[in-house]
Design a binder for this molecule. Structure first.
Ligand code: BTN
Length: 246
């Protein structure tokens, strides 16, 4: 199988948001797996309508899929992307501190270093899907808005020196292509143990935001359908499909 992801790459110096551009009408006919990458975003979008602060130094890109029929399946691919980003971070960081926070974030200790946002536009049975990835590679944490500073970190900040961002992206693309092929072969299940072995707050009590409500659950494990099994205070086990660990 040929590499599909990043066969075509559009590179922007400064744009609003790679997700926004990817889903614009202008790119309706580009091949599946086309990548939109920006050095800087002026209106980066995060999950839950939050902003994704995107100064120069970070890695911001979107993988676009046109003509997707089963959108939900791509949750598996996005989790595999998270795993591949984590693997690449391990070239610089200590294994035990780099965790996957369900569903798609990467944390170093208690600070976020990477986030993924899936956005789609559906017409009839077909959808256009943008998988937007933001990684704080060489981001200067001191320049982040004051209220964010306690919660974020960057690779260069932890590693102690500037990282070759292009080299990081090139290596990551090789891995993402590998995982894409595994996803297409329906081999997501083979990687669940890897995900669970580095799951953020596994076995611990965590606060969840579900339908605007804050609930405490003990985190158990990620399942084959990408949901998260959790346990409430009465020892009842539930599966969470949508939501977020705070
Ligand atoms: C999150 O809130 O954790 C998701 C953040 C996703 C940020 C990336 S950066 C590239 C792409 N373009 C955007 O505007 N957002 C995503």
């Amino acid at each position: 199988m040929k590499n599909l992801i990043g066969l075509k790459i559009f590179h922007f110096k400064k744009i609003s948001s790679t997700n926004k551009i990817a889903l614009s009408k202008q790119y309706i006919n580009v091949p599946n797996g086309t990548i939109f990458i920006a050095d800087e975003q002026t209106d980066g979008i995060g999950r839950k309508n939050r902003k994704w602060y995107s100064p120069v130094g970070g890695l911001y890109f979107t993988i676009l899929f046109n003509q997707v029929e089963q959108l939900e399946c791509y949750n598996k691919f996005s989790m595999l992307i998270t795993l591949s980003i984590r693997n690449n971070l391990l070239d610089y960081l200590r294994d035990e501190f780099v965790k996957i926070k369900w569903p798609n974030d990467i944390y170093y200790r208690d600070r976020k270093i990477c986030g993924i946002l899936l956005q789609s536009i559906t017409e009839g049975v077909k959808s256009r899907l943008a998988i937007g990835i933001g990684i704080n590679i060489n981001s200067n944490i001191n320049e982040f808005p004051e209220e964010m500073k306690p919660f974020v970190t960057s690779l260069s900040h932890i590693y102690g020196k500037t990282v070759d961002k292009k080299g990081f992206m090139d290596a990551l693309l090789i891995d993402i292509n590998h995982y894409y092929k595994e996803f297409v072969k329906d081999r997501f299940n083979s990687y669940i143990d890897n995900i669970n072995n580095c799951l953020y707050k596994k076995g611990q009590l965590a606060e969840f935001l579900i339908n605007e409500e804050n609930i405490n659950y003990k985190i158990l494990e990620v399942n084959k359908d990408c949901s998260l099994s959790v346990m409430d205070e009465r020892n009842h086990i539930t599966k969470i499909i949508y939501g977020e660990v705070i």
